[in-house]
Design a protein around this ligand. Structure first.
Ligand SMILES: [Zn+2]
Length: 285
């Protein structure tokens, strides 16, 4: 849930670099001839992504291998990524690496819980093979977010996960992840989605879908469980004489860390702790 600036490389360049990795000249020619207007394909994708309409793009059934573009079948297009874009030693590999580092190491899909290890096709290549090497369809992400997706890409607008390159800024600068404290020893943080009331219905449903798709409740709760002992230790020691109001104020300040995105699990954790009377007044054993 962090937005990213757009990739610097365009579709034409990515295609040319991938095709340059094909050793057979006749095959290279077939691929080059198949894409007569890559700019149009890219412009169409961008327009749909900005309007949150990518779900309506024509999709191919996972089990089918039809002709998609020129004489190229789906399997030829997915090969463009797996055999000519990703492997070490291919000319396009430098583009793959550049896209990966563009997120600054932190996975934008889980808000930095995981480190970037892969590129994820926002529109999966098995269903949308035309976009298998389209840079704006390639999202740097962690291994968990790449492999643990629950569903195929949404069939309706409100089930689409967030697109770090194109989605409205509100998803990234307004708080929609919240947490509550479950009193126990040790205390547990339970994360949930509560978007601003004034958001449109589809936007509210989309953040729900994103939260569910990437299993964020569980991931955030585990991060919080690992982090919380440090705060409890502070309460036990340096802040043992402070009032619950003082402790709440201290936690609220930690919840304002400007370097972390507003929906980051740690920011949300401190804000939730600051508001929780039980936690702020509890004497930890
Ligand atoms: Zn992730």
């Amino acid at each position: 849930m962090k937005n990213l600036s757009l990739p610097e490389v365009d579709f034409s360049t990515a295609l040319a670099e991938a095709i340059a990795g094909i050793s057979d000249a006749a095959t290279r020619q077939v691929y080059t001839a198949a894409f007569d207007a890559p700019q149009e394909i890219e412009a169409n994708y961008v327009a749909c992504a900005r309007a949150a309409n990518l779900y309506a793009q024509p999709r191919v059934a996972t089990t089918e291998d039809p002709v998609i573009c020129g004489s190229l079948r789906k399997s030829d297009l997915t090969k463009l990524y797996t055999q000519y874009f990703v492997p070490e030693g291919k000319p396009a590999r430098r583009l793959y690496e550049a896209l990966k580092v563009s997120a600054g190491g932190k996975c934008p899909l889980c808000g930095g819980v995981g480190h970037v290890r892969n590129l994820d096709h926002y529109l999966p290549k098995a269903n949308f093979p035309l976009y298998s090497v389209l840079p704006v369809n390639l999202i740097p992400c962690c291994r968990d977010c790449n492999t643990e997706k629950l569903n195929e890409f949404a069939n309706v607008r409100e089930n689409q996960t967030l697109h770090p390159y194109f989605d409205n800024e509100r998803f990234f600068v307004e708080q929609w992840v919240h947490a509550r404290v479950i009193p126990s020893e040790p205390p547990v943080l339970e994360y949930y989605v509560h978007p601003p009331d004034e958001w449109e219905r589809d936007d509210k449903l989309r953040v729900e879908a994103h939260f569910l798709e990437y299993g964020l409740a569980g991931k955030f709760s585990i991060e919080a469980a690992a982090d919380l002992p440090e705060t409890i230790q502070t309460r036990r020691t340096t802040m043992s004489a402070n009032s619950s109001e003082d402790f709440s104020h201290y936690l609220a300040e930690k919840g304002k860390t400007p370097t972390l995105p507003v929906n980051n699990w740690r920011r949300v954790m401190f804000s939730a702790l600051a508001l929780d009377r039980w936690f702020c007044s509890h004497t930890f054993p």
